[in-house]
Design a protein around this ligand. Sequence first.
Ligand code: ATP
Length: 368
Amino acid sequence: TRPWTNPAAKPFISIQNITKRFGDFTAVNDVSLDIYQGELFCLLGGSGCGKSTLLRMLAGFETPTAGKILIDGQDMARVPADKRPTNMMFQSYALFPHMSVEKNVAYGLLREGKSKAEAYARVAEMLKLVKLEAYGRRKPHQLSGGQRQRVALARALIKQPKLLLLDEPLGALDKKLREETQFELINIQETLGVTFIVVTHDQDEAMTLATRIGVMSEGIITQIGEPRDIYETPRSRFVADFIGSVNLFEGKVGPAAPDFMRVETEDLGPLNVLPVPGLTQGQTVWLAIRPERAWLTRTRPPEAINSVPGVVRDMGYVGHMSSYVVRLANGRLVRVTQANEGRRENPISWDEQVTVSFEPADIRVLTE
Ligand code: ATP
């Protein structure tokens, strides 16, 4: 079920060294990427990183400056947008305001010359899929934002594209509705088995939706992986910081020992980390530690290594957990989140003297 782990699996979409320049500005820079049938692939990145441009090249709305796109084994170079096995759903939804929901959804099929009977039978199926059976006669302005989003999805799916391209599909929804709709989108995608490529700048959304994420920055895909891989083993400071919250400490590689590698940091002193092959002594590295992987105690553990004293400067109670900002002796701040276990406990709070500790296995060593 995870074809990207199988070297023999054939990709459904193969993006090969795609570049897009606008004048002398390079929006997409030599991107290569394989996507498999049935994936819900998220292109994640900040504003202007080139994710929409990449999506638009897949759709055929933009011509690559260099490189090749294959969909289902077919080179798309000379295939215009309306002849591709793709459809695109825009953030604005672009529904026709004067048409009913049914007519909006039927539009693509009727324009293709399908009979009314056939088109409306499919409309009924689609509205059922998006749970809007009872809303076919309404006009878009008589719907909530979430309902409009589902109409747009039904309309994009009715022509049974093999690939649906979605540009910030939930961008117009408020946070709560957005979170609910994420699971609906996954359900619909899994029901149909259609391949989805979703563009988003929202890392939580990508983490929730995606089979795999491609993290983009300045026209390049800096890391591709399953959400858990990207979170647990980011390849760079950029990815570590972009996905979730992280503490980063600069250090220099110390002498090698059999079980641990020593890294000398200015903020935390020497730390033991798991050995990383290919590093040389004296090399600059960055240690990335997630807040939930650091832990706080009131007493200093006996093994002083990988533990530093500090003072709680800030604390937020989030019900099942608390988040802390701890200030070290040199002023450096460390974020720690910790589960709140029992209601009788006496949680660590403001201004307390604490020790922050790090397990070697929870420290990622980054070289870029
Ligand atoms: P956002 O989330 O803000 O939409 P994005 O990652 O989708 O960002 P793109 O729309 O792909 O970004 O744009 C990437 C870069 O290419 C931007 O700097 C943008 O200004 C530039 N760009 C996009 N389209 C054109 C165009 N037609 N002409 C010139 N520059 C363009």
